[in-house]
Design a protein around this ligand. Sequence first.
Ligand code: MN
Length: 256
Amino acid sequence: MEKRTFLKTGVFLGFAAAFSPLLEACKTKKGATSDAPVPSTPPMLPPPKMKRTEPFTLPALPYETGALEPHIDKMTMEIHHGKHHAAYVTNLNDAVKGTPYAEYTLEDIIARISTSDADKKIRNNGGGHWNHSFFWNQLTPGPASTPGGALLTAINAAYGSFDLFKETFSGASKGVFGSGWTWLCKDKDGKLFITTTPNQDNPLMLQVVKQTGTPLLGLDVWEHAYYLKYQNRRPEYITAFFNVINWKEVMLRYDK
Ligand code: MN
């Protein structure tokens, strides 16, 4: 390397090293102040991967509506999937018309959606569609199982044991005030964390939530998810949820 090039590189690296803590500090600050206005197009995002031509549709359940009995009852499943989720899909198709999101995939919408009033209907219904599609696919008829493999190793590293993880996740779910979700996520290093979101927000909404990550397991704690069978007894519903988790699916999500 020529001396001149070396000097330039050295100066650049010094510059980058000096500013990287500042950049980190900015990121943290942005994450901590979710009420602050955020730009509608985050500069770090690549252009949308795919153009969407078909409308959003309600995915079929991967099991019969009564398959999760007695933990989650048939009528709740019929209404939750056939009415609530279906409405999110219909409303999302309606909301994206004539907006910059009209031809975006659901994933691209979720990554870009902002906290602005203009985005509100798309945020709520896009989140509703994404969250519920994710929810159905991680459930399976019993008997209850537990995770293994790399996911279990990560759970043990983060929480000490599967039982302690379950306790932490259940506690977070009981603590959600009003309607929302609890999420087990992995960060970019594969480390696990638990977070909650209000309404239909989720950890993939980069511009909306405080803590972003890759969701592995999500629990819907809206009353519509449990009220017919459990009424106000959310803790019983949370216990029941742990009897129908498809850990094989959650492990696949972790390994991806
Ligand atoms: Mn729901």
